[in-house]
Design a protein around this ligand. Structure first.
Ligand code: SAM
Length: 315
C-alpha cells in the first residue's frame, strides 16, 4: 500500500525471535538474556501474514534474533511461501548449523539467504560473535551455492576490529558468485552509539578505484552496487548513515513480540498483540493507519537513542 508520502510499502522484515545463539559485540550485550515467553506463536504469525499480504506486502525477509532457533521455522517458511502474492522470501542468518537445514528450507519455499559474516579469520570471528564457528558459515555458503540459492554476505566493519579485512571480503566477490555488502554500523546497541568505531562506506570506494557502479538488481534496493572487471559477484554498500535512502524506503518491520515498527531509526512502535483475536477488521485498521503514517526519515543523529538492540528489532 502507499504511505502518506506515496511510497509503495511492500517489503516486510519479519522477526521470528529476539533469541540468538551468538552475541555479536555490536549487537547484544554480553550479559543479555532473551526470553521466549512473549514471542508470537505460529498461529499468530499466520494471522499477521494474511493481513500483511492483503495490505500489499510482496516481499518478506525473516530475521531475528536468529531465525534458525525457532522450532517452527520451516512451517513458517512454508506458510508464507504458500501465498502467490509473495514474490520473494528470504532469511537473514548467522548460518550456524544452517548447512544441514538448507535443502529443507529451500523445499519449503525459501528463495534467498543473507548471511552475516564479519570476519574471515576463525579467531576474530569467534571473538566478534562471542562463540561463533567460522567453518559452519563456510559450509552453509558452499551448500547454498550447490543448492543454487542466491547468497549475500553482510558485513559490518568496526574500526580497530575487522576493518583491515575489507579487502579480503572484496576478493571473495571477485572469486565467487557472491554479493558482499558492507553495512555501516548504526547507532543501535552500545558500540554503535557514539559513531567512533564506524567505518564510512565511502572509505571503501576511495581505497578501491577499480570498483564501478553496477545496475541495481531491483528498484529501491538499499545497497549501491559495484563491480569490477573479472568479478563473479558484487560489492554492495548499505550506507544508512552517510547516504540516506529514506525517500525510497519500502519497508516495515514486525518484531517478534508483536509490534509494528515503521522505521529502524525511530523508537515509535504500534502494538498488534491486542488485535490478534476477533475477525481481523480492527487489526487491519491499526496496521493500515500505522503504515500510512510511516515517518519521512530516520533520526540517526547524535541524539538518537534506540529503545531496543538490533536482535530485539530484527535487523
Ligand atoms: N541472527 C541473524 C544474523 O546474524 O544475520 C539475524 C539478526 S542480526 C540482528 C541482523 C543483522 O543486523 C546482522 O547482519 C548484524 O550484523 C546487523 N546489525 C546488528 N547490529 C547492528 C548495528 N548496530 N549496525 C548495523 N548492523 C547491525
Amino acid at each position: 500500500m502507499l504511505d502518506h508520502l506515496g511510497r509503495d510499502i511492500h517489503y516486510l522484515r519479519m522477526s521470528l525471535t529476539e533469541r540468538c545463539n551468538l552475541k555479536c559485540i555490536y549487537c547484544r550485550d554480553e550479559s543479555a538474556f532473551c526470553k521466549a515467553k512473549e514471542e508470537l506463536n505460529t498461529e499468530q504469525y499466520r494471522i499477521l501474514i494474511r493481513q500483511f499480504v492483503s495490505l500489499g506486502i510482496r516481499k518478506v525477509r525473516l530475521t531475528g534474533g536468529e531465525p534458525l532457533v525457532r522450532k517452527d521455522l520451516t512451517e513458517i517458511v512454508r506458510m508464507i511461501a504458500a501465498y502467490d502474492e509473495i514474490r520473494d522470501l528470504s532469511m537473514t542468518t548467522n548460518a550456524q548449523g544452517l548447512a544441514a537445514r538448507l535443502p529443507e528450507l529451500k523445499q519449503a519455499g525459501l528463495k534467498r539467504i543473507n548471511i552475516s559474516l564479519d570476519s574471515l579469520d576463525a579467531e576474530r570471528y569467534s571473538r566478534m560473535t562471542r562463540g561463533g564457528n567460522l567453518q559452519q558459515v563456510f559450509d552453509a555458503v558452499e551448500t547454498a551455492i550447490r543448492e543454487e540459492l542466491p547468497v549475500k554476505i553482510n558485513t559490518v566493519l568496526i574500526r580497530g576490529e575487522n576493518d583491515k579485512e575489507a579487502d579480503d571480503f572484496i576478493r571473495l566477490a571477485r572469486e565467487y558468485p557472491l554479493d558482499i555488502r558492507f553495512i555501516e554500523l548504526m547507532p543501535i546497541g552500545k558500540l554503535g552509539e557514539s559513531g567512533e568505531r564506524r567505518v564510512m562506506n565511502r572509505e571503501i570506494l576511495e581505497r578501491h578505484p577499480e570498483l564501478y557502479p553496477a545496475e541495481p538488481r531491483y528498484l529501491s534496493q538499499p545497497s549501491e552496487d559495484y563491480t569490477a572487471d573479472g568479478f563473479r559477484g558484487r560489492v554492495g554498500l548499505i550506507s544508512p548513515i552517510s547516504h540516506r535512502f529514506c525517500k525510497d524506503c519500502n519497508r516495515v518491520r514486525l518484531t517478534s513480540d508483536g509490534k509494528l515498527k515503521m522505521c529502524l531509526g525511530r523508537t515509535q512502535e504500534t502494538e498488534l498483540m491486542p488485535y490478534l483475536t476477533g475477525d481481523g477488521q480492527q487489526l487491519l485498521k491499526v496496521m493500515r493507519s500505522a503504515i500510512y503514517a510511516k515517518p519521512a526519515e530516520h533520526q540517526f543523529d547524535e541524539l538518537f537513542h534506540s529503545n531496543r538492540t538490533m536482535n530485539q528489532i530484527g535487523g
